[in-house]
Design a protein. Structure first.
Length: 393
C-alpha cells in the first residue's frame, strides 16, 4: 500500500451535518511492525493442528465473543450464562437477555455466510441485514430493525461521555445518514481496489460506522460484526470474532479512541485514525496468540486422553479409574476430593465397593501420572505441570 493517504480519501457534503471525510489517516511506516507481528502470529496459528479441535475452538470463540460484545453494551450475563443462552432451544428464547444472545449469534452466522459467498462485497443492504439480525424482537421505542435513524429535531442523538473524551453528536438527519452510509460503502470499495490491507480496512470501517452511528440502537454490535465480516472474508478465522472479548477487556480504551480519532480529524492531524488502527492490530495479535495457545492446550489434552484410553485398553487401569480421569479433565479446574466423592456418577461406580478399593484406584492413578494431587487434595489432570498443581502429587 502506498503511504500517500490522500489518494484514499472520499469527501462528502451533507445537507445538515456539514462536510465529512473518509480517510485512511494512519502512518504506515509506524504501523509496519504492528502489521508484521499480527501477520506472523496468524501464520503460526494457521500452521497449528486446527482440524483436530475446530469444533471445540469455534464453540469457545462464539461464547467468548457473544459475551464480550454483549457486555460492552451493558449486559450482565456471565460467560457461563451466555453459553447456556446459546444452547437454548429457539422456542425457549423469551427473556430479553437470551434474545440478545441469540441475535448476536444470528448476526455472526450472517457474517460467516456473507464472507464465504464468492464475490460478496460490503453494501448498504448488508448493514441493514446485520442490524436487523442484532435487533430482532428487542423492544425499543424508535429502533426498527434494519431502518436508519432520522431524528426529530426535538430528540437529538448523542453518544459517549466525558469520561471517554467527550460527548459526540453524530448526524441527525436521515438523508445525511443515508448519504454517509453509502459513502462508507463506496469508500471501502475504493480501498479494496487500491489493495489496502484488510487489517487496515476492517478497523477503519468499524471506526467510521460508529462515527456515523446510523441506527437508534445496536450500532456498537453492528460495527464489530462489520469488522469481523471483512476480516473473515480475507481468510482470518476465529480471531475476527474473538476481538470482541479484547475490546470488552479494554473497554475504556476502546470507547476513548473513537473520540480521540474524531478530535484528531477536527484538529487536522496528519494521521487522525492511527491510534484506533494500532489498537485493533494490538488486539488482533493478542487474540491470535491466545487462540494459538488454546489450540496447543486442546491438542495436548487430546493426546493425554488418548494415553489414558490406551492404558484402559491395555488393562493398566480399570473403567472406574478411566472415568475418574475423564471427570478431572472435564471439570476444567482443580477438582476437590470432596466434590468428586459427592458426584452421583462416582457414587454409582463405587456402590458396594470398599473404601480400600477407592483408595487403591486413586493411588494407581497418582502413580501412573494420569492425575496429580496438590496439598489441598485437589485433583489435577496429568498434563498439568506439577508446579501449576500446587507443588506435586
Amino acid at each position: 500500500m502506498t503511504s500517500d493517504n490522500a489518494m484514499h480519501e472520499l469527501r462528502l457534503e451533507t445537507d445538515r451535518f456539514g462536510p465529512f471525510r473518509f480517510a485512511v489517516g494512519v502512518d504506515m511506516d509506524e504501523l509496519a511492525i504492528d502489521l508484521t507481528r499480527a501477520d506472523d502470529a496468524w501464520r503460526m496459528f494457521s500452521a497449528s493442528p486446527l482440524a483436530q479441535v475446530a469444533n471445540q475452538l469455534q464453540r469457545e470463540v462464539l461464547v467468548q465473543s457473544v459475551f464480550g460484545t454483549n457486555t460492552i453494551e451493558g449486559a450482565n450475563l456471565t460467560e457461563e450464562e451466555t453459553g447456556r443462552s446459546l444452547d437454548l432451544d429457539p422456542a425457549q428464547v423469551q427473556a430479553e437477555q437470551d434474545i440478545r444472545v441469540r441475535n448476536i449469534q444470528s448476526a455472526y452466522d450472517l457474517a460467516v455466510r456473507s464472507a464465504e459467498t464468492p464475490g460478496w462485497t460490503l453494501s448498504v443492504e448488508y448493514l441493514r441485514q446485520a442490524h436487523a439480525a442484532i435487533c430482532r424482537d428487542l423492544p425499543h421505542p424508535d429502533n426498527v430493525p434494519g431502518r436508519f435513524r432520522d431524528n426529530p429535531r426535538e430528540r437529538p442523538t448523542v453518544v459517549d461521555d466525558a469520561a471517554h473524551g467527550g460527548v459526540y453528536r453524530p448526524p441527525q438527519y436521515g438523508g445525511d445518514i443515508r448519504r454517509l452510509v453509502e459513502g462508507l460503502v463506496e469508500w471501502h470499495g475504493m480501498l479494496v481496489e487500491s489493495g489496502v490491507s484488510p487489517l487496515i480496512r476492517a478497523p477503519l470501517v468499524h471506526l467510521y460506522f460508529e462515527l456515523i452511528h446510523p441506527f437508534w440502537d445496536g450500532n456498537g454490535r453492528v460495527g464489530r460484526v462489520l469488522e469481523a465480516t471483512l476480516l473473515r472474508q480475507a481468510g482470518y478465522q476465529y480471531a475476527p470474532f474473538a476481538l470482541a472479548k479484547f475490546y470488552q477487556e479494554q473497554i475504556h480504551r476502546y470507547f476513548a479512541l473513537f473520540n480521540q480519532c474524531r478530535k484528531a480529524e477536527v484538529r487536522g492531524d496528519a494521521h487522525p485514525n492511527h491510534a484506533f488502527v494500532a489498537f485493533h492490530l494490538e488486539g488482533l495479535r493478542v487474540v491470535i496468540e491466545r487462540l494459538h495457545e488454546r489450540v496447543n492446550n486442546m491438542v495436548h489434552v487430546l493426546l493425554f486422553e488418548a494415553r489414558a484410553r490406551q492404558q484402559l485398553d491395555a488393562r493398566q487401569i480399570n473403567a472406574r479409574q478411566y472415568a475418574i480421569v475423564r471427570h478431572v479433565i472435564e471439570h476444567r479446574r482443580p477438582l476437590p476430593m470432596a466434590t468428586l466423592r459427592a458426584d452421583p456418577r462416582y457414587q454409582a461406580m463405587y456402590l458396594g465397593k470398599t473404601d480400600k478399593t477407592r483408595q487403591r484406584d486413586l493411588r494407581r492413578l497418582l502413580e501412573s501420572g494420569l492425575i496429580h494431587q496438590d496439598e489441598e487434595r485437589r485433583l489435577w489432570p496429568g498434563f498439568v505441570r506439577s508446579a501449576d498443581a500446587g507443588g506435586g502429587r
